[in-house]
Design a protein around this ligand. Structure first.
Ligand SMILES: [Zn+2]
Length: 417
């Protein structure tokens, strides 16, 4: 018992000795009605330290929408005064970020080593990619598609029964460093595939007829940074010439209307598009792999959080994809499937209208490469915990999402092109 307690304490301490402590920080949700309100929020953001959670930046706020943002302890009085004086409707989603941050680690799983129901650090995930491959040689092979800015290997797992000329579905997780539920999902999906192969009819058929390429973490450097320095980090960790600020938003860095809208040219911004499309080693590696395998890749899935949405192109423009009607029907059916387990409600639709305009996203880019089925998942929740979803929700979140992805995969198989 004592040994267990000591181990638990060490695990907690190692997860928490990060530079930022977040004591007294709050997350607000403000209902924005009109341009006046947007102007006020913009002013607030220029005078106080505001970290936008939803949408990703101040420039993406639309009238008649809810805006979630994090405020530093020393700015809370100022922010609340401005909101009250101007009669903006708001609520406090998180009253002390530090408490919610610590409450994330509420899994009942054992305290050390890899667990599918815990958030695993990169070192643990890296070892897991090796182990799960070694344990399932008939179903999984591992490759390295590139290295990160800081020189780490980017592992890709190919999951499926060997066969000639198989179609494939590409899925990635961990674009945005602080969206921890995303890498947890990729790990869960791989486990679910090998666990149910040969036991469950649908998964068995899927793995016989197609391959899943699973990239467990794209932005590894950023993910590590969230474990060691700043839990709220979003971007890559590349240096920017002429700036003290680090990183590029990997989901603004693709050659799809690059930096035209809903992205920033400032290296200090959370939605910085980078000096050029594919400037980041991570996005370049992903794009190169997809270009090299375009003939087999029939669907592209990218997993983010939060807000419970399933969106498809386009996000860089209000224009609709050629197969909009098909994608809309498919998204509708997939979210229905997802909800069948726990009743979790997702909204769905083309990105620009459903979320907001944002150029340079990987889903738009993949679609424009000719991949007809391209989707972005925004997993749980809708803001109660935001990026700090407790570990106790990993299982349910992943179970329901697997249903949606199996549905999509099955549809793709029946509509090969
Ligand atoms: Zn994201």
């Amino acid at each position: 018992m004592l040994a267990f307690l000591v181990l638990g304490t060490v695990a907690l301490a190692s997860a928490h000795h990060s530079g930022e402590h977040f004591e007294g920080e709050k997350v607000f949700r403000v209902n924005v009605e009109d341009e006046n309100h947007i102007h006020l929020i913009r002013e607030l953001a220029s005078t106080t330290q505001i970290d936008f959670w939803k949408p990703d930046s101040v420039t993406q706020i639309k009238p008649h929408s809810a805006v979630d943002f994090r405020v530093k302890a020393e700015d809370i009085v100022t922010v609340e005064n401005v909101l009250k004086q101007n009669e903006l409707q708001y609520e406090v989603l998180i009253s002390n970020l530090r408490n919610v941050l610590e409450a994330q680690f509420d899994s009942q799983a054992r305290a050390t080593g890899h667990s599918y129901e815990k958030y695993n650090n990169w070192e643990t995930i890296e070892a897991w990619t090796q182990q799960v491959t070694t344990e399932n040689p008939d179903l999984i092979s591992r490759s390295v598609i590139g290295t990160t800015f800081e020189g780490r290997n980017m592992y890709l797992l190919k999951v499926g029964k060997a066969g000639p000329n198989k179609p494939a579905i590409f899925m990635d997780c961990g674009f945005h460093a602080r969206e921890w539920i995303s890498p947890a999902f990729c790990q869960w999906f791989v486990r679910e595939a090998v666990r149910t192969y040969g036991r469950e009819i649908q998964m068995t058929a899927l793995l016989k007829k197609l391959d899943f390429y699973v990239l467990p973490v794209l932005n590894i450097d950023g993910y590590i940074y969230t474990w060691t320095k700043d839990r709220m980090w979003r971007k890559t960790r590349s240096t920017n010439a002429g700036s003290r600020c680090y990183g590029t938003d990997p989901n603004r860095n693709f050659d799809a209307g690059w930096c035209e809208t809903g992205a920033s040219r400032s290296p200090c911004a959370e939605t910085y598009c980078g000096p050029a499309a594919e400037s980041e080693k991570e996005t370049k590696a992903l794009a190169d792999f997809i270009r090299d395998n375009l003939s087999s890749i029939k669907a592209y899935l990218t997993i983010h959080s939060y807000s419970q949405m399933l969106v498809y192109p386009y996000s860089y423009d209000y224009k609709l994809p050629d197969n909009n009607a098909e994608l809309n029907a498919l998204a509708k059916a997939a979210v229905k499937e997802l909800a069948s387990l726990y009743g979790t409600k997702y909204t769905y639709g083309p990105g620009a209208a459903t979320i907001y305009l944002a150029a340079g996203g990987s889903d738009d880019w993949a679609y424009d490469q000719g991949i007809k089925y391209s989707f972005t998942f925004e997993l749980r929740d809708t803001g109660r915990y935001g990026f700090l979803l407790p570990e106790s929700q990993i299982r349910a979140t992943c179970e329901e999402t697997v249903l949606a992805i199996k549905y999509l995969a099955n549809y793709v198989l029946e509509h090969l092109y």
